[in-house]
Design a protein around this ligand. Structure first.
Ligand code: 9UX
Length: 69
């Protein structure tokens, strides 16, 4: 299932890399794109991956997940 997460707080490519790594580290999550321009991450996830799991991982990296849809 494809999900898009809106994220505040990304300021540079290093931020993009950190979010990419944090999301990729979750079993069942494939990162399709993290966009600085769109302030979003697009992922393909297994059924067991909830919005909370994704947003928590982003929050733990110090960014602000806004919404997931
Ligand atoms: Mo540059 Mo990204 O300070 O946090 S690493 S904006």
């Amino acid at each position: 299932m494809k999900k898009i997460i809106k994220i505040d707080g990304m300021g540079c490519q290093h931020c993009v890399n950190r979010i990419t790594e944090a999301l990729s580290a979750i079993d069942g999550v494939e990162v399709l794109e993290v966009s600085l321009e769109d302030k979003s991450a697009t992922v393909d996830v297994e059924e067991s991956i909830t919005d909370e799991i994704l947003m928590e991982a982003i929050d733990e990296e110090g960014f602000e997940p806004i919404e997931c849809f």
